[in-house]
Design a protein around this ligand. Structure first.
Ligand SMILES: [Zn+2]
Length: 199
């Protein structure tokens, strides 16, 4: 092989090597560039995740702060003063068949009639569930009665004898905590048909 031909081949190989070197460098550069972009995206996402976590934490904190308000919605004005409803006719009854037509002691709202707490009212005048005051004693309006209509309150006592003894009186009735008429308070199970002995 003549020397000139060898020289040409040499030169040719040299060119190819240089081209390969340039291509390799370009690819390496591209790889570094892509890696950098990838890292930037990851860093950005990490930052976004941190921000999301912060926002979630803030929401959870707010929810915790609001929890007591959610669990205890205001159904009456706090520290409201008792309001006088004027004079009512106050009678007394017990849970016997004579007073109630039944003797299970269960009130119209489903509670067990209790002396010192239970009174029967006209729900049109005093909403069921309200706390009322008679002679400074607090009662809950949790029963109704066929004869308890208008400005009447029938106080529950534990014996028929006591109901007769306490008789029929005129008293000022104050409303302490008026219950907003809720479904539970307005669902009357049944009015007593009989009347109190003091009526
Ligand atoms: Zn009775």
């Amino acid at each position: 092989m003549p020397d000139s031909q060898i020289g040409r081949i040499h030169g040719h190989l040299h060119k190819i090597t240089r081209k390969l070197f340039v291509i390799t460098m370009l690819l390496a550069g591209l790889l570094i560039f892509l890696t950098l972009i990838g890292l930037l995206i990851l860093a950005n996402q990490a930052q976004l995740l941190t921000q999301q976590k912060d926002t979630l934490n803030q929401i959870m904190e707010l929810r915790q702060e609001l929890e007591p308000a959610r669990m205890n919605p205001i159904t009456q004005i706090p520290d409201a003063q008792p309001v006088s409803l004027g004079t009512f006719t106050v009678t007394h009854y017990c849970s016997c068949a004579i007073c109630c037509g039944k003797s299970d002691g269960i009130t119209a709202t489903g509670t067990m009639a209790t002396e010192g707490r239970t009174v029967a009212v006209d729900p049109e005048v005093i909403p069921l569930g309200s706390e009322i005051l008679i002679d400074g004693q607090a009662y809950i309006a949790e029963d109704v009665g066929g004869a308890v209509k208008g400005r009447k309150v029938d106080i529950y006592v534990s014996s028929h004898q006591e109901a007769i003894q306490r008789g029929k009186i005129e008293r000022e009735v104050q409303i302490n905590k008026e219950k907003a008429p809720t479904e539970a308070a307005t669902s009357v199970l049944g009015a007593r048909e009989n009347i109190s002995p003091s009526e």
